[in-house]
Design a protein around this ligand. Structure first.
Ligand SMILES: [Zn+2]
Length: 169
């Protein structure tokens, strides 16, 4: 039989060990069992699917700030939204929404510019196109700013957006 002194030592050692492993992790990582049958077909065909989703720290590609891609979010992505298993978010929440906003803006700009090709004298559309090119440029430093200038000149509009375009060229 072990003496009570021995037992006390063992318990103490266990406690120290537990404390150390918590400290080395920084924080306790959450893990959730993966249900492979709920993954997309493409994911199921891929190799090396692990047993658990584990909290993951990722650096945003736009701002370098680390963010948490939690085990819960991972389950949502891969088992409900059916995202391909090896795909990871690359942007923090703020920059993801910023990226979405710009993507939407570009789609709208391109669509309006395409319509303008067939209705080159539509003044309202000219204005919309010039404004959307300018807004897109403000967000990305990309876009056909010369075209916007040309449209503002045609409309004889000397507003803030026109001045912005003039500054760029
Ligand atoms: Zn970011």
């Amino acid at each position: 039989m072990k003496s009570s002194k021995q037992r006390k030592k063992e318990i103490q050692a266990k406690r120290v060990h537990k404390k150390e492993s918590l400290l080395s992790n920084g924080m306790k990582k959450q893990q959730i069992l993966i249900d492979p049958s709920r993954l997309s077909e493409k994911s199921q065909r891929s190799l090396g699917i692990p047993e658990y989703y584990i909290d993951e720290i990722i650096k945003c590609t736009d701002c370098d700030v680390s963010f948490l891609f939690s085990a819960i979010e991972q389950k949502e992505w891969y088992e409900h939204k059916k995202v391909y298993f090896w795909q990871r978010p690359i942007r923090c929440e703020f920059h993801y929404h910023e990226w979405l906003r710009i993507k939407k803006m570009k789609k709208e700009m391109d669509r309006n510019l395409a319509i303008l090709e067939s209705e080159p004298d539509n003044k309202k559309l000219m204005n919309i196109c010039a404004d959307s090119i300018t807004e897109y440029h403000k967000g990305t430093q990309n876009g056909n700013i010369k075209k916007a200038m040309e449209l503002y000149n045609k409309l004889n509009l000397k507003n803030d957006n026109y001045l912005y375009c003039k500054k760029q060229s």
